[in-house]
Design a protein around this ligand. Structure first.
Ligand code: CA
Length: 324
């Protein structure tokens, strides 16, 4: 149903702004989300972890030290492994930090050297509530219905720390009206046990996407039986899969546009939508001649949506292909 309702649109492949317009502005800042919104993304992604006082905050890692100035602001608050954990800080403390473009926590150097310079600007780490308020406000003022796409980050780590990340996040989403199958929200997670729990024990009706890092069962020709079995199991509780991009495309031996892998075909046969990650204009596989060709391959493979660091380019490429 989720997919059919979109068939009438000109652009059939959905664009999920990966951590916002993260190719241009520091990931997961409200600025990056507003920019992605204005660029025409269909979904804005939130990675979610908990603060010490159980507030869901939008942050890619359980650590704060790769995207904030926490090490300078609170030098004594690191754990014995030398890292600074969001879960050890109150939401108020996290919001008092300056957020930055992603950097290596030991050297301070940029992870993506050609992107926004790290350690500059006056950005913050938003709470999930702050971000949803902004998106819902924009939806009202611009007459659009851009969806959210929260990821439950490391639920096992949170359980070990005595916290139920999924339970708290679902409650927060419910407060903002995201509670039914038709709500403009997708919940994603790498942890299969936890995502099944979200559906079966926590009774969540939202669209669910099971994330997967590349593995042999996804792509190997002789793993077809295992692949179909695993996908059938996922289809018991989820609506789609979010595989890493290297499991989705195969190089064309004749040098043409790369083709979709069996994973895409088998997932669709199991009734699952496919949302691979990540489309990056400044870092894509050499099997593609250009970033544009990567989008062409996605259309030809029947991909339902892509996580993109460059939502403006993804929107433009998919629209151009649809118009051809
Ligand atoms: Ca994510």
């Amino acid at each position: 149903m989720f997919k059919e309702s979109r068939m009438a649109r000109v652009r059939q492949v959905q664009v999920i702004a990966h951590r916002g317009a993260s190719g241009y502005l520091p990931e997961h800042t409200l600025e990056a989300k507003a920019m992605a919104y204005a660029m025409g993304a269909d979904y804005l992604e939130q990675d979610v972890v908990l603060s010490k006082d159980d507030v869901p905050v939008v942050l890619h890692d359980i650590h704060l030290d790769t995207v904030t100035d926490v090490a300078e602001r609170f030098p004594d608050r690191k754990r014995s492994d030398g890292r600074f954990y969001a879960i050890d800080f109150l939401a108020e403390e996290i919001q008092s930090l300056r957020a930055s473009e992603r950097f290596h926590h030991r050297t301070g150097k940029a992870v993506f050297p050609d992107r926004f310079p790290p350690h500059t600007g006056t950005f913050q780490v938003p709470t999930l509530a702050d971000e949803i308020q902004m998106i819902q406000g924009l939806n009202k003022s611009s007459w659009r219905s851009v969806a959210i796409y929260p990821e439950l980050k490391q639920p096992k780590f949170h359980h070990d720390e005595g916290k139920d990340l999924a339970g708290i996040v679902l409650k927060e989403l419910g407060k903002f009206g995201y509670s039914s199958k038709t709500s403009p929200a997708v919940v994603q997670c790498f942890d299969e046990t936890e995502l099944r729990r979200v559906r079966e024990e926590l009774g969540c009706d939202l669209t669910l996407v099971q994330l997967f890092s590349s593995a042999d069962w996804m792509t190997k020709t002789d793993a077809a039986d295992e692949r179909r079995k695993r996908l059938a199991t996922v289809a018991e509780y989820a609506d789609g899969i979010g595989p890493s991009i290297d499991a989705v495309f195969l190089e064309d031996p004749l040098g043409g546009v790369p083709i979709g892998s069996s994973l895409v075909v088998d997932a669709h046969a199991a009734g699952l939508i496919v949302h691979p990650w990540t489309f990056r204009a400044d870092a894509f596989s050499s099997m593609f001649k250009s970033f544009a060709q990567m989008h062409q391959a996605a259309v030809l493979a029947g991909i339902d949506g892509v996580f993109s660091d460059f939502p403006d380019q993804s929107v433009k490429f998919f629209e151009n292909i649809a118009a051809e």
